[in-house]
Design a binder for this molecule. Structure first.
Ligand SMILES: Cc1ncc(COP(=O)(O)O)c(C=O)c1O
Length: 383
């Protein structure tokens, strides 16, 4: 596809935003209800309904809505008993919340590599990292693409490891027809403003295990039991529960989740069309019997290293196109000792990966403008 260069393009008048919600009258109505009626007898009505709706949608037995997904992940790690001296095998490629949730408990994340086609944790790398201290696996359904759950659960059973699914961006994604977040011991989703279903901040922990549910519930509400007196607390807990008002917005979005997934998948299919024939990019696609919610359509620029990749992002931004670089390797953060494994795939993706805009208000025209701009910039860089 020949292009005259990105300087011949005028910036988009509309901000082609990386992320952002799709809000309808329903959300406004639910938030209004939350403001007017979310107190007194009905102080937690949206929270209960949100938990029930997520359970029914993904096929889980129990849910606890939290202030954000980071706290749900911490709650998961505490509930499963990770502690100092334990090792938890963790993908090296994620937002830092994934690793810090392990570190909050005193356990050590052991960072392993990812699969080049999905950017999710590599099951072979998990098995190579197991030691006598290994207690669990923390995986991420990266950018909405499901991890290889069959292989991961075989490894978990073989070595008796607990599994936390960080499904922060992956509500609505399925693996072999089953919702992500329901394979491991505990799954966690985010309703952060940049996710598929949003409430500003917000998260939810799900599990099918009654014992974990009870423990997590207690931990999330200051260990309060009222067992010996009103306000009695039996364990060191946290104040991690979601506000009803926040839950009112999350609930409206979750009730529309199939519509939101369809929109994200539509945006991804427009990218596939718009980038067809553009050389020098590898667009991430579904692998195997999965449904990705394509929360963040992403691609690799195999001919460009980090500095050039960042120039490409800056040129896109000059055209009012807000794409995002891939995550750096968490194992390189100052908190952690040098990684036991070199993790070459995560290293490459950190330097060459980008995620494209996929805000809820994008049109086909916007997406094709991104495709045209990217093509023009890549050709310019080759000259
Ligand atoms: C993979 C992953 N895990 C955890 C989180 C944390 O979610 P929250 O912002 O709701 O705490 C995020 C948020 O971006 C994420 O992308």
């Amino acid at each position: 596809m020949k292009s005259r260069g990105s300087r011949c393009l005028s910036p988009s008048k509309k901000k082609i935003a990386f992320a952002g919600p799709w809000i309808t009258k329903k959300e406004v109505q639910y938030v209004r209800d939350g403001v007017l009626y979310g107190f007194y007898e009905t102080f937690d009505q949206h929270v209960r309904k949100l938990e029930q709706t997520v359970c029914e949608y993904i096929g889980a037995r129990y849910a606890i809505a939290t202030h954000c997904c980071t706290l749900a992940l911490h709650l998961a790690c505490e509930t499963l008993g990770f502690k100092e001296g334990d090792e938890v095998i963790c993908t090296d490629f994620s937002w830092v919340a994934t690793a810090y949730a392990i570190s909050y408990t005193g356990a050590t994340p052991v960072f392993v590599d990812i699969d080049p086609k999905t950017w999710c944790i590599d099951p072979d790398a998990i098995e190579r990292a197991i030691t006598k201290k290994t207690k669990g696996i923390m995986l991420v359904h990266t950018f909405g693409h499901p991890s290889d759950m069959d292989r991961i659960m075989v490894i978990a059973r073989k070595y008796q490891l607990k599994v936390v699914e960080d499904a922060a961006p992956a509500l609505g994604s399925t693996y072999k027809g089953k919702h992500v977040g329901t394979f491991g011991d505990i799954g966690c989703f985010s309703f952060h403003g940049a996710k598929i279903a949003v409430s500003g901040e917000g998260g939810i922990l799900v599990t099918n295990n009654e014992e974990y549910y009870k423990k997590a519930k207690l931990l999330a509400s200051m260990g309060r039991t009222d067992s010996r007196a009103v306000f009695w607390s039996d364990m060191l807990g946290f104040q991690y529960t979601i506000a009803n008002l926040t839950a009112s917005l999350a609930l409206a979005q979750v009730e529309r989740i199939e519509e939101l997934v369809a929109r994200k998948r539509q945006i991804h299919s427009w990218y596939r069309e718009a980038l067809d024939g553009v050389s020098g990019i590898d667009l991430l696609e579904e692998q195997g019997d999965v449904r990705s919610n394509y929360c963040y359509p992403s691609l690799l620029l195999p001919r460009h290293m980090r500095l050039e990749r960042d120039v490409i992002l800056a040129k896109l931004k000059a055209l009012n196109i807000h794409a995002r670089p891939a995550f750096p390797r968490m194992s390189e953060f100052p908190l952690y000792a040098p990684s036991r494994f070199p993790n070459p795939v995560a290293t490459r993706v950190a330097a060459q990966g980008i995620s494209l805009p996929s805000a809820g208000n994008l049109t086909k025209r916007d997406v094709f403008f991104v495709g045209k701009a990217l093509n023009a910039i890549l050709q310019e860089m080759r000259r």
